[in-house]
Write a protein that binds this ligand. Structure first.
Ligand SMILES: NC(=O)c1ccc[n+]([C@@H]2O[C@H](COP(=O)([O-])OP(=O)(O)OC[C@H]3O[C@@H](n4cnc5c(N)ncnc54)[C@H](O)[C@@H]3O)[C@@H](O)[C@H]2O)c1
Length: 447
């Protein structure tokens, strides 16, 4: 083990862990070493050592991994419901933490994590990669540069494509509130963090509505438990053949390119199953301490993926619209069956266009001409954000001057979870939910 290299351990060796492991083994071999891997399924840990030619110690007991290895950095890539336990135990064992979003799934968990960070004097690196997408950081730069004055209201609508990415949340563990906190936590934590960061303020109250209009029980004539055991496979347009997927993944695993899939990962649950209890249609209104307002919506039954954003400030307005016609590589193949000539036999499919090479921001200052800014769309690693967070968390490579305050703290994670979890509470009660009781105790960079 090289002297001075950061000893890293990863918990939760599923899909996302492989991005971090590539970051360690391929992007930053000089400054990091992969010391430990922990998962309830040891075969997933062994896969990593085989594919990446590493020699990490493997564990199915997390506490034992912490006490044996005393890692410098523990990377949390377990399912959302485990984050609190894994983060707090790592901090209390004297380790720094880099955690995947969401920080956790409830406000109580967020408060416990913020408290544990203070108590341990260790640091949590909150891996909000979306902040580093060129379009998102440019919006922050424009706001700090006074291009539209102080932001006072924001409209942000987020769209998930119904057959690919959107449906995938209803096929995997995310489909249960207790596992993920629903899309308002597991997915929208990115979006609420962006809103808080752009607003430069902390949220104070949240009011929300939500429903299951497209997925979940009663929304499809065919219903089962899993596609692989379903009697409706011939006639259901949602049928996905997980065996085909597994073969594809096994091939990529053998090729050693990168483990695209995870052994034994169940991702063919029926999106219309009785147990689906997360929402597919959500609207949220957030009030901020200094008077700003966010109007947010998230919908998982849209024919494309993207967003519509408008920010109104005291000196102007900016708008941005992203439409990704083409889903991430692999989705197309996964959910469509084509004949040898490429004709789609099953599954609607998406317009096969290239990813847009750039995104734009339309800026409308009150007292100057409008102008348009073009930003590159980086097609890999979440718009390029992953590479930036791996540089910082793994190799301590930060920009010389971080004028944008671009690296998120545990409190940033706590605030975004607080909005999502507070919205879930508001949906159930029909009443606004005040976040102040919790957030006023947190040292907010955002406020
Ligand atoms: N930043 C991003 O853009 C991004 C993208 C994808 C996922 N994520 C986040 O990464 C995390 C992991 O997501 P994923 O898609 O890789 O999930 P996954 O289900 O593929 O992987 C989770 C792994 O954790 C293991 N696990 C479950 N309980 C455990 C426990 N108690 N102890 C140890 N291991 C346990 C599972 O066996 C599985 O291998 C989630 O929090 C998710 O929200 C973030």
């Amino acid at each position: 083990m090289g002297v001075g290299r950061k000893k890293c351990a990863v918990v939760g060796i599923g899909n996302r862990a492989h991005s971090w492991i590539s970051g360690i083994v391929q992007q930053h071999p000089e400054s990091t070493v992969l010391a430990g891997l922990c998962d309830l399924r040891l075969d997933r840990c062994h896969d990593v050592n085989e594919v990446y030619k590493t020699n990490a110690a493997v564990y199915d007991n997390y506490e034992l991994m912490l006490s044996d290895l005393k890692p410098d950095l523990v990377i949390i890539a377990s399912p959302d419901r485990c984050h609190r336990e894994h983060i707090v135990k790592a901090l209390d064992a004297g380790c720094n933490v880099a955690t995947e979003k969401p920080l956790c799934t409830t406000i109580e968990d967020a408060a416990a994590i913020v408290e544990a960070e203070q108590r341990s004097r260790k640091k949590i690196f909150m891996a909000f990669n979306y902040r580093h997408i060129p379009l998102c950081s440019k919006i922050k730069e424009l706001i700090l540069g006074d291009a539209i004055g102080r932001p006072v209201s924001m409209d942000l609508s987020w769209y998930l494509d119904y057959h690919g990415h959107g449906a995938s949340y209803f096929r995997r563990w995310h489909r249960l509130m207790r596992e993920s906190g629903g899309l308002l936590v597991t997915k929208a934590s990115h979006h609420f963090d962006l809103a808080n960061w752009w607003m430069g303020d902390a949220p104070s109250t949240v009011f929300a509505r939500g429903g299951r209009n497209f997925f979940g029980a009663g929304n499809n004539p065919c219903q089962g438990e899993r596609c692989s055991t379903c009697t409706h496979s011939e006639k259901c347009e949602w049928f996905t053949d997980v065996c085909i997927n597994d073969r594809t993944e096994e091939l990529s695993r053998q090729l050693g390119y990168r483990v695209k899939g995870v052994r034994g990962y169940i991702r063919d649950y029926c999106p219309f199953g009785n147990d689906v209890d997360i929402y597919d249609t959500m609207a949220v209104q957030v009030s901020y301490r200094n008077g700003g307002i966010l109007n947010y919506s998230l919908n998982a039954s849209v024919p494309f993926e993207g967003w519509n954003l408008a920010i109104n400030g005291t000196k102007g307005r900016l708008e941005s619209k992203i439409t990704d016609n083409k889903p991430s590589p692999g989705w197309q193949e996964r959910f469509q069956i084509t004949d040898p000539d490429g004709k789609i036999l099953k599954g609607k499919g998406f317009g096969i266009t290239d990813w847009p090479s750039e995104y734009s921001i339309h800026v409308m200052p009150h007292k100057e001409d409008d102008y348009e800014l073009k930003l590159p769309n980086i097609a890999d690693g979440h718009g390029g954000g992953d590479f930036k967070i791996f540089d910082a968390a793994l190799a301590d490579i930060y920009p010389p001057k971080d004028t944008l305050d671009i690296f998120a703290s545990a409190v940033s994670g706590a605030l975004s979870t607080a909005i999502g979890a507070g919205a879930n509470t508001s949906i159930l009660s029909g009443e606004p939910f005040s976040l102040n009781k919790w957030t006023s105790k947190w040292q907010c960079k955002e406020a």
